[in-house]
Design a protein around this ligand. Structure first.
Ligand SMILES: [Zn+2]
Length: 181
């Protein structure tokens, strides 16, 4: 079923079969989401279940991911955990959308088809905070340089209570030389 992931699929057929498509894909495969990420690293996992309710094709979208976003306070990566489950109605036109219960979100089909990846991407995009930031002040701005994306930051944070141990590879060399053979 993964072959159908990024191509449009016939919704009516899937809904009639009650098909479920499980996915485990790289975040880099979501083009619109990717533009908002600090990196394309990480994966999204979950499933899309198609069914029919009162004649309407429905999709249950379950997705779990850890999104590497950019903290808007310190501009370093911050991971936002997403665990989302939602139900959308797949409808052909506005008239069909109007007939839905108010708590069901409609998704417009194009000629009866939808791209399952786009349904999942929509869920992930909705989960992206307007202003991503580290929740803990202590984490903000202090992420290890190794986690910084693109350009590693070298400056030490001010007033660091525990400065990192500096490696001095030649510190013991003098002693060794004095001892001699
Ligand atoms: Zn931060």
């Amino acid at each position: 079923m993964m072959a159908d992931w990024s191509r449009s699929v016939d919704v009516e057929r899937l809904a009639d079969h009650g098909d479920a498509v499980a996915f485990d894909v790289a975040l880099a495969e979501f083009p619109r989401l990717r533009a908002q990420l600090a990196s394309g690293e990480g994966r999204a996992r979950g499933r899309v279940e198609l069914s029919r309710e009162r004649g309407v094709a429905m999709a249950q979208v379950v997705v779990q991911a850890s999104l590497p976003l950019v903290c808007q306070r310190c501009l370093r990566p911050v991971h936002v955990e997403v665990e989302s489950e939602s139900r959308v109605a797949l409808v052909a036109d506005f008239a069909a959308a109007d007939r839905l219960d108010s708590d069901v979100e409609p998704v417009m089909l194009e000629e009866g088809r939808v791209v399952l990846r786009d349904l999942v991407e929509e869920e992930l995009l909705l989960a992206v905070p307007l202003v991503p930031r580290h929740e803990q002040e202590t984490e903000c701005g202090l992420a290890p340089a190794a986690e910084a994306v693109g350009n590693p930051v070298n400056e030490e944070p001010e007033n660091d209570p525990e400065p990192p141990v500096t490696q001095k590879p030649f510190a013991g060399l003098g002693e060794l030389l004095k001892r001699g053979p």
